[in-house]
Design a protein. Structure first.
Length: 114
């Protein structure tokens, strides 16, 4: 599997850290599982704040599988809450291939893909 996008994202994160930024790198699936756990134990707001807090958030391996409605909502909320803060998303799929992975294809904002 091609990992170039992951390496580039890690390099950008490392550069940001060297310049004093707080950076978090994680798999997209882990973020979605973390937020789902927050729904279950009523710590969703706290978990979301932790994801919004870093200067840069790197979500690796986005669009690996179809999203549930709850995952799509959580992801859209995360992107919205991070507005004005750096967000890097890596994927082995073209952005145009992301739309069918959302339960409501209008969910992902077209601005995500430029």
């Amino acid at each position: 599997m091609e990992r170039t996008s992951t390496h580039v994202a890690q390099a950008l994160g490392h550069l940001a850290i060297r310049q004093g930024a707080d950076v978090r790198f994680t798999k997209t699936s882990r973020v979605l599982a973390e937020l789902a756990g927050g729904h279950a134990d009523r710590t969703w707001d706290k978990r979301m704040r932790e994801l919004v807090r870093p200067d840069a958030l790197i979500l690796d391996d986005f669009a690996m599988c179809r999203l549930t409605a709850a995952q799509a909502d959580d992801l859209c909320e995360l992107v919205s809450e991070r507005q004005g803060r750096s967000l890097i998303i890596t994927s082995n799929r073209a952005p145009s291939d992301w739309y069918p992975l959302f339960p409501n294809p209008s969910s992902p904002n077209r601005s995500w893909t430029g």
